[in-house]
Every structure is written in structure tokens, then in C-alpha cells.
Design a protein around this ligand. Structure first.
Ligand SMILES: [Zn+2]
Length: 357
């Protein structure tokens, strides 16, 4: 991966962006895409869109959500402990014992998530996961008065984990889900710009959407506002290649095997065929995955917003989803951006996306 791109990916992953708190990461996205897009804009919801050919009538929306799961401060105890609530779907075996940052207006404050030690647990408590309301954050404060001018109710919280390279061009980060998707749509736009391969009658809207983790909310408003005829959502997908998961049950999806391409009711057949054509002709490996109903991704919101956008869904294989140590292959990330660019350059001003054509 070229250095500027890798720096951009690191920067996205290391910027806190729990759902509803995407202002900072939106700026990272806008600053990068500004260097090659014709136009970059942020809407009232916070979705940030980089555009090529903004005057074209045929429009393609590329969506990668830039929010991550996280927490927020809900109450400060007299003794200075913070109570907190989850933002998005957490694996409850993870929070305990983690280091966190509370992101205040004046910068991050470090803390840890605690509860009573194992020796003091009742026998009935030992085999159960601890609910969030029995945990608290300790920042070393002695009493509420000491911190209530620094920490505000509602301040977002993230784990301290950040981007790190591993072996074989694989990397780990907190919240690759789905800052890596925002990265992929930005890179697809850059590839289109640099190759000059996009039809001048086709506009591409690369959107870093907000609030996916709490109900696909940003993609819905962005899809309505842009009114594109077709669109691709990109999200992380479950890699089925480590102990404890079964290909027979969930299908094949290997890290490094290429982006997944979903097929089923959420996917317009013309869009699916165009993605597969791009894969074949541009020699990009893909892994087809079956999803009989609406998917739990932005593609679902996009398809049913307004008058039925023709949607496709591509996925970046990822291990350990919704933990602070999500792991993926940068080869898949680059191939995913190429695949989306390959789709866009095959769309023509006259393409209708009507099934059967
Ligand atoms: Zn997620």
C-alpha cells in the first residue's frame, strides 16, 4: 500500500468515532479526499461525501460507515467513578479490564474499566458475564467535584487500542469496522480520478456515513439526499477461517481471499453482474457470499430509501468483529477499492439497472 494511503488508514483508525460522535473523523476523511475530489461536503446528519462529476445525472453512491462502537459517560459517582453506557453492539466479555480514553472537549483522559475482583464474586456471579451497569471507569479521581468541570455527561469513550501492523500484510485495530470501509470508498474515488476511466456522464458519491452501528441511520438520509440510481455499500464481513467457526454453516470467507460479494434480495442482479464482470476483467479475486434477506449493512437502508436504489454489497474479510483487536489483510482492502472503482467505470449514463436487462 502506498505510504499516503496507509497514513490515511492509520489516521482513520486512530481517530475516535463512536456513533453520533463522528465530527473529528469526518474532518480526516474530508482533508484526504479534498486533494482529488471535485467536491467534498458534509450534510446536516454528518455524512461526508467526496464527489467526482457532481453535475452528471447518472449517480453512483459508494458508502462506507465511519462510526465505530464505543461507550458514553452517563453518571459520575460522588467518589469519582464514572458510569457508562454502550454505543452499538458489544461483546460483554470484552470491556472488563480494558484501558479506555474519555474524549472530552479538552482532549482524552485515560481510565480503566473495573469491577470487584474475582475473589469477592458470589459463586452465582462467577459463570456469568458482568453487565455494563455493574462496571465503572476509574480515572484515578478521588471525588466528583474534582472532575465534573472536565468530564461532561455524554462524553464518548473508546478503548485505547490503535492500528498496528502484523505479519503477512495483515493489521489489527480497534474499529476497523468500518473505518476501513470509509477508507475503501475514498481510495476507489482516488483510483477513478487518477485512471481517468470514469465516464464523464456518471457521477460518483463516496460517502463516509454516520451512525450505522445504531441502525443504519446515516446511509438512509444520505441515500435519500443524493438520489443515486445505483450504489455499493462496503462493510467488514466475517472471516470464516479461524478456530470455532464453520464454513459448512456460514460459507467460505478467507482473510486474503479477496473482498466478499453478496448475492440475494438486497442485491440488484444488474449490479451484481457488473461487479462480477469487474472482478473477472480486472483480475480481482472475490468470494461470493449468500444472504437470503435484507443485510445488516448500509446496503439495506440504501435499497429501500426513496425509489429503490439498485444496490450491491462488498465486504472486507475481518476476524474478531466488535472487539478492540479486529484483524484484516491489507491486500483485501486494496482489492476492495479496486473492485468498487471497476464497478463505477462500467456504469454508463444509459444504464437502467432494471432487473432482466
Ligand atoms: Zn459493526
Amino acid at each position: 500500500m502506498r505510504t499516503e494511503s496507509l497514513d490515511f488508514l492509520k489516521s482513520l483508525c486512530n481517530t475516535p468515532s463512536p456513533s453520533g460522535y463522528e465530527e473529528r473523523i469526518a474532518k480526516v476523511y474530508a482533508d484526504y479526499t479534498k486533494t482529488f475530489a471535485d467536491k467534498v461536503e458534509t450534510d446536516r446528519h454528518g455524512n461526508t461525501t467526496a464527489i467526482l462529476n457532481p453535475d452528471a445525472e447518472q449517480k453512483i453512491m459508494l458508502a462506507g460507515h465511519m462510526d465505530e462502537i464505543g461507550f458514553q459517560v452517563s453518571y459520575i459517582e460522588d467518589e469519582g467513578f464514572l458510569r457508562f453506557r454502550g454505543i452499538g453492539g458489544h461483546d460483554m466479555s470484552i470491556p472488563l479490564g480494558q484501558r479506555v480514553f474519555i474524549h472530552t472537549d479538552n482532549g482524552p483522559i485515560p481510565g480503566i474499566i473495573g469491577r470487584k475482583p474475582i475473589h469477592l464474586l458470589e459463586s452465582t456471579e462467577r459463570d456469568k458475564t458482568t453487565p455494563l451497569h455493574d462496571m465503572f471507569i476509574d480515572i484515578g479521581a478521588k471525588k466528583r467535584d474534582e472532575i465534573e468541570n472536565e468530564i461532561m455527561i455524554g462524553d464518548p469513550i473508546t478503548y485505547q487500542w490503535e492500528f498496528e501492523m502484523l505479519r503477512n500484510n495483515r493489521a489489527t485495530a480497534r474499529g476497523f469496522d468500518n473505518r476501513v470501509g470509509s477508507f475503501a470508498v475514498a481510495e476507489a474515488l482516488r483510483l477513478l480520478k487518477e485512471s481517468g476511466s470514469l465516464d464523464s456522464g456518471v457521477g460518483v458519491y463516496a460517502v463516509a456515513t454516520v451512525q450505522e452501528e445504531i441502525g443504519l441511520r446515516g446511509a438512509r438520509t444520505a441515500a435519500h439526499r443524493i438520489g443515486a440510481q445505483s450504489g455499493l455499500a462496503v462493510d467488514v464481513d466475517f472471516a470464516i477461517d479461524h478456530p470455532g467457526v464453520s464454513k459448512s454453516r456460514y460459507g467460505k470467507c478467507d482473510l486474503g481471499g479477496g473482498p466478499s460479494v453478496t448475492r440475494g434480495a438486497n442485491i440488484n442482479p444488474v449490479v451484481f453482474r457488473t461487479i462480477m464482470q469487474a472482478s473477472k476483467e480486472d483480475e480481482i479475486p472475490v468470494q461470493v457470499s449468500a444472504e437470503p434477506g435484507g443485510t445488516g449493512t448500509d446496503a439495506n437502508a440504501m435499497q429501500v430509501a426513496g425509489d429503490a436504489m439498485a444496490t450491491g454489497l462488498v465486504g472486507i474479510p475481518l476476524r474478531y468483529m466488535h472487539t478492540p483487536v479486529e484483524l484484516l489483510s491489507l491486500d483485501d482492502v486494496e482489492n476492495c477499492a479496486k473492485l468498487m472503482a471497476g464497478y463505477c467505470k462500467r456504469v454508463k449514463p444509459e444504464t437502467t439497472f432494471i432487473p432482466g436487462t
